[in-house]
Write a protein that binds this ligand. Structure first.
Ligand SMILES: [Zn+2]
Length: 164
């Protein structure tokens, strides 16, 4: 019987502790007006919150820190460190313009609308008219003054007659 611990829960925890005590098998028994006899082997199974402010064998209960850390503080601090951190890395991608490319077309300045005058308004420089090609004799052999309709004809002529 010496292995039993006498636990006197705090006044506000007496009822929940009693509820836990009677739920054990075998049922825990009271050893005093407000104390419960808890086997030493079962002491580790007593919920931490039921032992706060309790007296264990007449000594104030010291919260367990090494073996069983309080379950209330752990969950609140651990999860936020991992989950949101990774998502923040991909955040800058959302800063890109949301408008689709076609949305810019109506207001965009036409690229084919130059400031200078269109080609038909530009003064036409002097260039040989195609219909006057025969009389103009643009391609004339410098040696024999023979005219040709094109530079190719002239080149062939010079190669054959004048040896290139
Ligand atoms: Zn010639």
């Amino acid at each position: 019987m010496s292995s039993n611990l006498s636990i006197q829960p705090a006044a506000e925890l007496r009822q929940p502790f009693a509820a836990w005590a009677v739920a054990q098998r075998p049922k825990l028994r009271t050893v005093g007006p407000s104390s419960f006899g808890v086997p030493a082997a079962l002491f580790a199974d007593v919920p931490e919150e039921l032992l706060l402010g309790a007296l264990v064998d007449g000594q104030p209960y010291v919260p367990r820190q090494d073996a069983a850390a309080p379950a209330e503080t752990e969950p609140g601090s651990a999860p936020p460190e991992t989950a949101p951190g990774a998502e923040q890395e991909s955040g800058p991608g959302e800063a890109l313009p949301e408008l689709p490319p076609e949305a810019h077309e109506p207001d965009a300045v036409p690229l084919d609308g130059p400031d200078f005058a269109p080609l038909e308004d530009v003064p036409v420089e002097e260039q040989p008219a195609t219909e006057d090609q025969d009389d103009a004799a643009e391609f004339v052999c410098a040696d024999c003054q023979k005219s040709f309709s094109g530079d190719r004809g002239l080149a062939m002529h010079r190669t054959r007659v004048h040896g290139g």
